[in-house]
Design a binder for this molecule. Sequence first.
Ligand code: HEM
Length: 360
Amino acid sequence: MRSKCPVAHDDFMGYSLFKNEDIRYVNEHPEIFSNKVSTRHIAVPNGMDAPEHTAFRAVNDKYFTPERMDAFEPKARAILAELVADLPRGEEVEIMDDFAQLYAMRIQNEFMGWPAELERPLIEWIDKNRKATLKRDREEIAQVALEFDGYIHDLLQARRDAGDNAPQDVTTELLHDTVKLPEGERTMTEEELISLIRNWTVGELSTVSACAGIIVSFLANHPEEQKRLRENPAGIPAAVEEIMRLEDPLVTNRRITTQKVEVGGRVLPEGSRVTINWASANRDEDAFEDALEYKPERSQEKNLVYGSGIHVCPGAPLARLELRVLMEELLKGTESIEVKKTENAIYPAAGYSTVKAVIN
Ligand code: HEM
C-alpha cells in the first residue's frame, strides 16, 4: 500500500494513511485532524482536542514522570522476577495466556493500587473490548464499557468511603486531583475519571501484553542477538525500541478532518474519517534505511510506536520501563528461550495470539 496507494479509502477504515511522513503531518496538525471521532462518549484524553485535551493531559502526565518511574521500577522488577521464576522449565508454555497477560495486569494493579482479585475479570474484559471494537457494534461496545465502569466505580467508591483512611495510591490520588480548564479548576467527574483509567488500562493491557509475546518470540528467533543481550544488558533499551518499530504492538488510531485537506497527494473532504497505520509508518522504507531489517543501532527519531505530537503516548515512560525490565529479567532468569509455535493476532490486536515456548 505504501508504494501503490499510500492514502487508501474504504468504508471500514475511512482514509488509511500508510506513510511515515504523512502520519507525522497529521500528528503535527491536530486542528485539522481532530481526535473527536466519537460524539457519543467522552474519552479522556484520547478523544479530546485542545484546549480541553491540554488540561487533561497535564493531569495525566503527572503520573508518568521520571521520578515516579524510578520509584516504581523495583516493584515492576519484583513482579517480573517472580513471573519468570514461576515459568515452567523444559516444557512447552503458552506465553500469551500464562505470562504476558498476567505480567501486564499485575503491573497495572501495582501501579494503580488495585487488588489481585481484579486480575482475571480485567484480563477477560480486555478480550471482550477488543472483539466489540473490531465489530464496531455500538451496543456491544457500550455494554462492555459499562462492565469496566462497574469495576472502577467500586474502587473509587471504596476510596471515597474510606476518606482519610483510603490507601495512598494512584487511584486515590486521581480522585482528588484537579484539572485546570479554561472555565476554572475542578476535580474530575466520575465519568472523566473512569474514562481516563479505562484508557490507561487498555494502553497497558492490550499493548504491553502484546509486547511480551513479541519480545519472547523475537529473542527465540534471533539466538545471536539473545546471546549478545544476555552478555550486554546495556544494549536492551535500544533493542526494545527497534523490536517495537518492527513489530508494532498497536496497529492503528483514528482522526476526523475538520476541513478539506490534502495529504499524501490526495484531497480529503471535511468530516473524513482517517486511520493512522502506525505499523506501516514504522516500516516505511523512505523513513528507515533497510526498513525491514533489525538494526538496534539505528536512529529511532522517526519511530512512531508511541505516536507523536500532542497525543503522543503519555504511558511511554511506563511502557519503556516495563519492556526493559521484562527483557532484563527474562534474560537474567533463564538460560535459553525457544519458540515452538506462534499464531498471529487478529486486528485490532497485534503481535501474536499464541506463543508456545520452551524456557530453560
Ligand atoms: C508498548 C506499549 C504502548 C504503545 C505501543 C502505545 C502507543 C500509543 C500511541 C501510538 C498513542 C497515540 C495515539 C494517537 O495519536 O491517537 C498512545 C496514546 C495513549 N496511550 Fe499509549 N501505548 C503504550 C502503552 C501505554 C500505557 C502503559 C499507558 C498508560 C498506562 C498508555 C496510555 C495512553 C493514553 C492515555 C493515550 C492517549 C493520549 C492522548 O490522546 O493524549 N499507553 N499510545
